[in-house]
Design a protein around this ligand. Structure first.
Ligand code: CAA
Length: 380
């Protein structure tokens, strides 16, 4: 086993770090405060190849391995978790299923501009009545000549208000339950599509999370992604990769909070000495550093497993579960080390604490990850 990054992986990490620290970190607090979608940063991320990192070069991507994506995601999220999730959704939840299940024509028409960052994507699975129970889809897809008509509502959709291309899951035959679901490629210009509202959120406030309506939206036959009845498999296999993206986002949030707290503990003096001299603080530092490292190792392993081919649901669920819960712990301890200053918006750990929470919820709650892990363990 080799724990060294390759030269290419180090180069990608350094490039992402340099860009994130120069172009994103200085504006991250303002973006959060103003709930401002970072359109200019997203454009730059596209130009740098960060919006389709694992997509083959012939389809407009950077053709890199999954660990490169994890390293870049951590660096972007360390500066701004909102930018991290915008990037993660486009890469993992939109480009990936298009490359894995799309026709050649769909790849040329949709994947290429998405991977190049010219278009932005969203993944529409969750509904008011279908959260963890993702198979309980009530959005319908009815035959309309050669094509389809979609009707229903989706909620908590990241990039929902800014996306050009949406991967939408809908029920073609409710009697078949999860075997009656299909995936569709819908353009945001389609008649009948609308953004109902944007959520006002605790964290990742610069990313948009929207409720969307599909009111008799006509979808041509050639925009069915995969096969009828295959939609649930498309959704779940896509989330396997998405969860690696969110684990990486959690790593970035944790790293930012940990580094800020470590540095603060060396400067802040109480009782005539830096607070890092006290064992109460040292134990926190030791626990934070260990959990951050363990989360990294699980996430790197999941990235490795994805690149081996075959199913990696358990590795990605473990990485997401552990990295998100570690980020909850680490950001909470960071606020504690900062004391009253940690509770103030003047210091960044307050934002990291708020941003960390969502990593335990979206792309499958911690409880859903435990369901996936337990079901894989019980099959052994
Ligand atoms: N890959 C391929 N196939 C899979 C699969 C995977 N990872 N997971 C399940 N399947 C298949 C199963 O093999 C099974 O196939 P058969 O019927 O042919 O045997 C089928 O799908 C049903 O599987 P389950 O019985 O395990 O399905 P379930 O209904 O019990 O669901 C669950 C299990 C783990 C709870 C799942 O529903 C789940 O992951 N829920 C969470 C959903 C989620 O993550 N939502 C987030 C949405 S995206 C988001 O957060 C918004 C955003 O914009 C970021």
């Amino acid at each position: 086993m080799n724990f060294e990054l390759t030269e290419q992986q180090r180069m990608i990490r350094d490039m992402a770090r340099d860009f994130a620290q120069k172009a994103i970190a200085p504006v991250a607090a303002a973006l959060d405060h103003e709930e401002r979608f970072p359109a200019e940063i997203v454009k730059q991320m596209g130009e740098l190849g960060f919006m389709g990192m694992n997509v083959q070069e012939k389809y407009g991507g950077a053709g890199l391995d999954t660990l490169c994506y994890v390293l870049a995601m951590e660096e972007i999220s360390r500066a701004c978790a909102s930018c991290g999730v915008i990037m993660s959704v486009n890469n993992s939840l939109v480009c990936w299923p298009l490359e894995a299940y799309g026709s050649e024509e769909q790849k040329q028409r949709f994947l290429k501009p998405l991977a190049q960052g010219q278009l932005l994507g969203a993944y529409c699975l969750s509904e008011p009545g279908a959260g963890t129970d993702a198979a309980a889809q009530s959005t319908t897809a009815k035959r309309d000549g050669d094509g389809w008509v979609l009707g229903g509502m989706k909620n908590f959709i990241t990039n929902g208000a800014h996306a050009d291309v949406l991967i939408v899951f809908a029920q073609t035959d409710p009697a078949l339950k999860h075997k009656g679901i299909a995936a569709f490629i819908v353009e945001s210009t389609a008649e009948g599509f609308s953004v109902i509202r944007k959520e006002e959120k605790m964290g990742i406030r610069a990313s948009d999370t929207a409720q969307l309506a599909f009111d008799n939206v006509k979808v041509p036959a050639d925009q069915l992604l995969g096969e009828v009845g295959q939609g649930f498999k498309v959704a779940m296999s896509t989330l396997d990769g998405g969860r690696i993206g969110i684990a990486s986002q959690a790593l970035g949030i944790s790293a930012a909070a940990y580094e800020a707290a470590l540095s603060y503990s060396k400067q802040r003096e109480q009782f005539g000495q830096p607070i890092c001299n006290f064992q109460a603080i040292q134990w926190k530092i030791a626990e934070m550093a260990t959990r951050l490292d363990a989360a990294r190792l699980l996430t790197y392993r999941a990235a490795f497993a994805k690149d081996q081919g075959g199913r990696y649901s358990e590795e990605s669920a473990m990485a997401k579960l552990y990295a998100s819960e570690a980020s909850h712990f680490i950001t909470n301890e960071a606020v504690q080390i900062f004391g009253g200053n940690g509770y103030s918006k003047e210091f960044p750990v307050e934002r990291h604490f708020r941003d960390a929470k969502i990593t335990e919820i979206y792309e499958g709650t911690s409880e859903a990850q435990r369901m996936v892990i337990a079901s894989m363990e019980l099959k052994k």
